[in-house]
Design a protein around this ligand. Structure first.
Ligand SMILES: [Zn+2]
Ligand SMILES: [Zn+2]
Length: 462
């Protein structure tokens, strides 16, 4: 059943049909659009009004208080991965300082290490399987090491080393049913190895560093995000794999992926500050763009029950997106040699410039209708949350008129992480979140004020 949905998509793509274009409509990176972005950036800097509306003031008013925060301190370097131990007041951390530590909350309310293990190389990724107490730690040297953690979390025994990569391991996942450990690395490949024999089963190379990984355990499909901004969908077999399709939409490296196997949604976060939701299960190539962060999106987590997406960015911003409403797709940007409102030629349209004795204008795009417009016909800015624009973007004058005040109601809540977040993971059942920052501090958040009540009662955004 699952395979069917995916095959539909890739057939679509190959045929290059019109509706498949929609799939890749979101901000497809052509030269003209890149230039547009640069123009927009320049304009934002010069224009304090635009800058304010997109920045601090607006954002502050949206901040919500999330509950208690516990801190775990003591690492000598950045913590590259951290996870909450299910049903325990405990955290496992893997750090660039070469340590794996298991922290348990003591009666004092503070977290103290019960396991402290030093590795031969900095730790870069981690996967933990709670029922079997198996932990897989990826290292900067490309190796993955497997350990077994004791029931009381006081001991960790070495099991195996997997020569998975030639270079830094970026992501790991473990599948108990097939006994596979699947990983991606900075050697530009995905590899999958047998945990019984410790042997390499298969490998597939990409054109750039593979940065993140999600896996559908039931159908053996892997999603791999890379530094070029592409997401590759592969079907893994025992000793071989096939590339199903590539998803292109981001303009910067993919930093995080989240696959929801129930609703069959893929979320991707990127260094272009944006998130895209790829509706794989919908089979129509529908994509939604979410723009609310002002820095690289570093981690995402989708809460399927309440249909909320939690995302964290490098500037410390934490966003909780309401995905339980029918959002609209951002339009594809239209191409034109003249403004589609006032018909004045753009500056590369030499013929019309000559004919009409006018100076060519710069091309911009209205984010709401996608039309190519000149600056004069798009002087206004507006947020438009239903299309994912949580901060103000360029819209044409007629679209601006069509946006009512209630259309500007935010469909996400924004919170301040107060450290530059490099990694995040959640224990969804308890509404807990753990973030790691460039400040070497690990924070454990009670997110129930924003997601917890919703776990029982459904979404309430305010
Ligand atoms: Zn115009
Ligand atoms: Zn418009």
């Amino acid at each position: 059943m699952a395979c069917y949905g995916m095959s539909y998509l890739w057939e679509h793509r190959r045929e290059g049909r019109n509706d498949s274009a929609v799939f890749f409509a979101c901000m497809g990176g052509n030269k003209r659009q890149d230039r547009e972005k640069e123009e927009e950036k320049g304009l934002t800097k010069e224009d304090p009004v635009t800058c304010d509306s997109g920045g601090g003031k607006h954002k502050l008013s949206l901040f919500r208080t999330v509950g208690d925060v516990s801190k775990v301190e003591g690492h000598q370097d950045v913590v590259s991965a951290a996870l909450l131990i299910p049903k325990e007041d405990g955290v496992i951390t893997a750090s660039e300082d070469r340590t794996i530590r298991v922290w348990l909350k003591r009666d004092s309310g503070q977290y103290w290490p019960s396991i402290y293990h030093t590795m031969s190389s900095p730790c870069s990724a981690m996967a933990y399987h709670h029922d079997s107490r198996r932990i897989f730690v990826g290292q900067d040297n490309g190796a993955i090491m497997e350990f077994h953690i004791s029931e009381d979390f006081n001991k960790m025994n070495f099991v195996k080393t997997y020569p998975a990569h030639q270079n830094r391991v970026s992501a790991i996942t473990f599948c108990l049913t097939s006994e596979w450990v699947i990983s991606t690395g900075h050697d530009k490949c995905i590899s999958w190895m047998c945990t019984r024999s410790g042997t390499m089963l298969g490998r597939h190379y990409f054109t750039s560093w593979a940065s993140c990984l999600q896996y559908d355990y039931e159908t053996q499909h892997a999603f791999v995000g890379d530094y070029s901004g592409q997401i590759t969908l592969l079907k893994l077999e025992q000793n071989t794999c096939s590339v199903i399709t590539t998803l292109k939409g981001h303009e910067g490296s993919i930093t995080s992926l989240w696959w929801d196997p129930v609703q069959r949604l893929l979320f991707s976060g990127a260094s272009d500050h944006s998130i895209i939701m790829w509706d794989i299960g919908g089979r129509k190539g529908r994509t939604l763009l979410l723009q609310g962060h002002h820095d690289k999106v570093q981690a995402i987590c989708y809460i399927q029950l309440t249909r909320q997406l939690v995302s964290c960015s490098a500037d410390g911003g934490i966003a909780v997106w309401n995905m339980d409403i029918s959002r609209e797709e951002a339009p594809q940007w239209l191409e034109s040699d003249s403004c589609q409102k006032c018909e004045q030629p753009f500056f590369w349209n030499i013929k019309q410039m000559w004919d009409t004795k006018t100076l060519g204008l710069r091309q911009h795009h209205c984010r709401k209708c996608g039309q190519a417009v000149c600056g004069k016909c798009s002087t206004k800015r507006s947020s438009y949350p239903i299309m994912g624009f949580e901060f103000q973007v360029r819209v044409c004058d007629s679209c601006f008129e069509s946006i009512k005040d209630e259309d500007r109601t935010s469909l996400a809540t924004f919170h301040e992480g107060k450290h530059n977040i490099s990694h995040m993971s959640m224990d969804i059942s308890r509404g807990l979140m753990v973030t790691c920052g460039s400040d070497r501090i690990v924070k454990i958040w009670d997110m129930t004020p924003v997601v917890g009540c919703s776990l029982a009662t459904g979404f309430s955004s305010r």
